[in-house]
Structures are given as structure tokens and as C-alpha cells.
Ligand binder design. Structure first.
Ligand code: GDP
Ligand code: IMO
Ligand code: MG
Length: 436
């Protein structure tokens, strides 16, 4: 103990990578527990940027055990490329361990993702086209191929044949694609197996042993609560559960192994891909926030949709995750606005006032925000390192968020750099702070 879960509390890209990297300094083990290389987690260390897609964001800290848990779907090409790139940049990756039970993304998963989106036309979800949904679908259909299958040619081939069988019709447009050839696919994946074998392990056991020894384990989520397949804005969601409960199933630990749950949220909101977004802005204001915040996807480079902070959605995320703490990132981006807006209520198309996050998709699609207006700040806060250095209006904005959501803010981001954070006064009781 302790186990600390870091989750996205919005629609992803909240800055989980940066927060995880920061906590990794104090932690012993860092575990990714769901999602795949749809994630893009950015860490800026001494001016150098690292964009991680599958690698846990603790990898920049030498010797810390980094685990890719069973709940993650792994594209082995992306993983081996990421390993190569990190090694090339002088990062020691030997402390990585990959769950033998993690499922793989196969070439046909990417084709099906692409084809599925094309078929949806105007209704498309705007997936990352990385094969995430089809891979999780095969896992649920018990047609998935797992990390351990890469170590046995006969099993691997048999499983590929079984997985391809029910997909024959949908894969017909790709019939001539050499990536679908059974033998070359098997050979390619056996090669990945060969490269990754030293990392494959019973990671659930490893993590539990570390917890039993009193070590600190950080569970790093990908995506965010509103992209959750059960609780998010379905069908405009990802195909896994990015909420904290999934840390248990995706890492192989129990609920009693979790001591704190940190939700990461931007001081405003962004979303990539389609789907409802009640506080979305357009026009000059949106462009300004997007440019200032560098809001372009880490994985796909797509411009992120932007809007004011949505406290109705954030309170919903706090509930779903039983958040113990909030980390608010990118407060620096809001410097220079006369007035800051925070959505405190939705209005339905019929004019009803909604204080909670509506369960009905149609209601959410037409919901518009009612805003509290708070005074802005002009100062450049990127050099602030303590709560008292922040302008009074910035502190008031943070207090408003914490009061509304009912969760203490422990950390505030004032720039992309690893050191550009403020530990808030309320963080004193956090296990992470105590370990400092
Ligand atoms: P993740 O997917 O949640 O890890 O977030 P991303 O890495 O996709 O997107 C967050 C972006 O914001 C990255 O470019 C980070 O370097 C950057 N970032 C994180 N925290 C801060 C902050 O407090 N201020 C600023 N200006 N940028 C930040
Ligand atoms: P991180 O971990 C933001 C979005 C996609 C799309 C939807 C489904 O960096 O926060 P998928 O490829 O998962 O089937 O796409 O989910 N999405 C993300 N948006 N950040 C992410 O990850 C995302 N991962 C998936 O844009 O709308
Ligand atoms: Mg991201």
C-alpha cells in the first residue's frame, strides 16, 4: 500500500501523462490498466517532449517497475517501436513488464475499425482508427489473441484462423492486403513475440507483491470518464472503461488495494472525435484557447474541440470514480481572459434545468450550459510554484471548482514542464505528498 489511481475526468487528454510522471518520482510501480495506443500521453522533461502511447508514464524514471496490465490492448508493432525509440533516446526500458493476458491488436482490427467508421459515414465516432474497438470486441467474443499466444506458433496460427472466420465478409474489401496473409501475419507476430518475450510476466502477481511490501503503486488510466463505454456519451466513447474501477480488473488487484483516486481535469474542456459536448465553443474564442493550449491530438494530430470547464460533467466523473482528489491542469492557458466561465447547470431543449448529468443521450445532445462567470487574471502564472503566488482571482476560480465538485484540488498545472505544478495546501494528507 498505497495504491493510487490516476484517471481522466473529462474526455481524455487532461494531462494524465504529466501527472503520472510526476507521481512516478515518488512511486515504486506504475501500471497502465486499460485502453491501447489510442492514448497519447505527453511528458515534457527538461524541455524534451516524450509522447507515450502504450508505455506507462513512469518509464522516464530509471528502475521503476512499469507494467502494461491485462486490461490494455496492445499493438505489438507500436509497442516495439516505442521501446526502440525510447532506448534510442537513452531511456532504460528493462523494468517494463507486460501482462501475459493482455490482448493484442491484429492487422484486421485496424481494417475493421477503418471500415466500421466508413460505413457509419456522417454518424462516425471519430475513432483513432487504431483497432481498439474491434480488439476489445474479439476479447469479449472470446476470439482474442493474447500476449502469451505470441510464444507458440501452432496456437497463434490456430487462434488467428478462428478469429478471422466470422469476419470473412467484412474483411472482403481487404482480401488482397498482404497484411492479412495467414503465414506472414503469423510470422510477423512471432517476431514481436520474440522481441517482447523477456517482458512478458504474471503482472497481477508482481503488482500485488509490491503492494504487500508497502510500496506505492500508481495506476495510470487512459482516456477519460466521459469516454467510458458504460458511463460515457455512448456510442461516442472508447471501447474500455477508463474509470477507476477498471484499475482493479485491468491490473488484477482488488478494490481494497486502492487508497486514493485522482481525477485529472483541464481548467477548460476539450474533446477529440464526435459526440455531445455541452460547453463547446466555436469561433475566435475557441481558436484562441486551442492555439494557446496547443490543443491538437497527441495520437492523431486532429484539432481538439474546446469549451469552458463543465462542472456538471466533472461532478459526474467525481461520482463515477469516487475521486478523492482533483488535479487541475493548464490553468496557465486561461490567463488573459477578462471573465472565466464554468458550467454549473444544463438546460434541455424544452427549457428544463438539469443539475445532474442526463442519462438520456437525446437530452444530452441538445443540452446547453448555464454558466457562472468569474473574474479572470492577466498574470503569467507559468512560474508560480505555490498557491499563494497565484493571483487571487485564479485561486477563487479553483476554489469555485473544488466547492462545486466537492473534491479537494491537490495539484494545479501551470505549464507543460514536469516542474510546472503547484501542490495545493489541501494536499497535505495525500499519501503521495507524505511520501515526498
Ligand atoms: P493525457 O492524454 O491526459 O496524458 O494528455 P495529453 O498529453 O494528450 O495532452 C495534454 C497536453 O497538455 C500535453 O501537450 C501536455 O504537455 C500539456 N500539459 C499538461 N499539463 C499542462 C499544464 O498545466 N499547462 C500547459 N500549458 N500544458 C500542459
Ligand atoms: P488519452 O489517454 C482523447 C476518443 C477518440 C474517439 C473515441 C473512440 O490520450 O486521453 P477509439 O480509437 O478509442 O475507439 O476512439 O475516443 N479517444 C480519445 N480522446 N484522448 C484519448 O486518450 C483518446 N482515446 C480515444 O477520439 O472520439
Ligand atoms: Mg492524450
Amino acid at each position: 500500500m498505497p495504491g493510487i489511481v490516476i484517471v481522466g475526468a473529462q474526455w481524455g487528454d487532461e494531462g494524465k501523462g504529466k501527472v503520472t510522471d510526476m507521481l512516478a518520482e515518488r512511486a515504486d510501480v506504475i501500471v497502465r490498466f486499460q485502453g491501447g495506443n489510442n492514448a497519447g500521453h505527453t511528458i515534457v522533461r527538461e524541455g524534451v517532449t516524450y509522447k507515450l502511447h502504450l508505455m506507462p508514464s513512469g518509464i522516464l524514471h530509471p528502475g521503476k517497475l512499469c507494467v502494461i496490465g491485462n486490461g490494455v490492448v496492445i499493438d505489438p508493432k507500436v509497442l516495439t517501436d516505442e521501446l526502440d525509440e525510447l532506448r534510442h533516446r537513452g531511456i532504460d526500458t528493462r523494468a517494463l513488464r507486460i501482462s501475459a493476458n493482455a490482448h493484442l491488436i491484429m492487422p484486421y482490427h485496424m481494417m475493421l475499425d477503418e471500415a466500421g467508421e466508413a460505413k457509419l459515414g456522417k454518424l462516425q465516432i471519430g475513432t483513432t482508427r487504431r483497432g481498439i474497438g474491434p480488439s476489445y470486441a474479439d476479447k469479449a467474443s472470446r476470439l482474442g489473441i493474447r500476449m502469451q499466444d505470441l510464444l507458440d506458433e501452432k496456437i497463434l496460427k490456430k487462434k488467428i484462423v478462428a478469429a478471422l472466420e466470422p469476419k470473412r465478409l467484412s474483411l472482403r474489401p481487404f482480401a488482397k492486403d498482404p497484411a492479412l496473409d495467414l503465414q506472414s501475419m503469423t510470422d510477423e507476430y512471432l517476431t514481436y513475440g520474440h522481441v517482447l518475450e523477456p517482458y512478458i510476466a504474471d503482472t497481477s502477481r508482481l503488482v500485488l507483491d509490491r503492494l504487500d511490501h508497502g510500496e506505492m503503486v500508481v495506476f495510470e488510466g487512459a482516456q477519460g470518464a466521459l469516454l467510458d463505454i458504460d458511463h460515457g456519451t455512448y456510442p461516442f466513447v472508447t471501447s474500455s472503461n477508463p474509470v477507476a474501477g477498471a484499475a482493479c480488473t485491468g491490473a488484477g488487484v482488488g478494490p481494497r488495494d486502492i487508497d486514493e483516486v485522482w481525477g485529472v481535469a483541464k481548467a477548460y474542456t476539450t474533446r477529440v472525435g464526435a459526440g455531445p459536448f455541452p460547453t463547446e465553443l466555436d469561433g475566435d474564442l475557441a481558436d484562441e484557447i486551442r492555439e494557446r493550449g496547443g490543443e491538437y491530438g497527441t495520437t492523431t494530430g486532429r484539432a481538439r474541440r474546446v469549451g469552458w470547464i463543465d462542472l456538471v460533467a466533472l461532478r459526474y466523473a467525481a461520482r463515477l470514480n469516487s475521486l478523492t482528489s482533483l488535479a487541475i491542469t493548464k490553468l496557465d492557458v486561461l490567463s488573459g481572459f477578462d471573465t472565466l466561465h464554468a458550467c454549473v447547470r444544463y438546460h434541455s431543449a424544452e427549457g428544463a434545468e438539469l443539475d445532474g448529468f442526463p442519462y438520456h443521450q437525446t437530452v444530452l445532445h441538445h443540452a446547453t450550459g448555464e454558466y457562472a462567470e468569474l473574474p479572470g487574471f492577466d498574470e503569467d502564472i507559468s512560474g508560480c510554484r505555490s498557491e499563494s503566488e497565484l493571483p487571487a482571482t485564479a485561486r477563487e476560480f479553483l476554489r469555485f471548482i473544488a466547492d462545486y465538485v466537492g473534491v479537494a484540488i491537490v495539484l494545479v498545472g501551470v505549464g507543460p514542464g514536469r516542474e510546472q505544478v503547484i501542490w495545493m495546501d489541501g494536499a497535505e494528507s495525500s499519501a503521495v505528498r507524505l511520501a515526498a
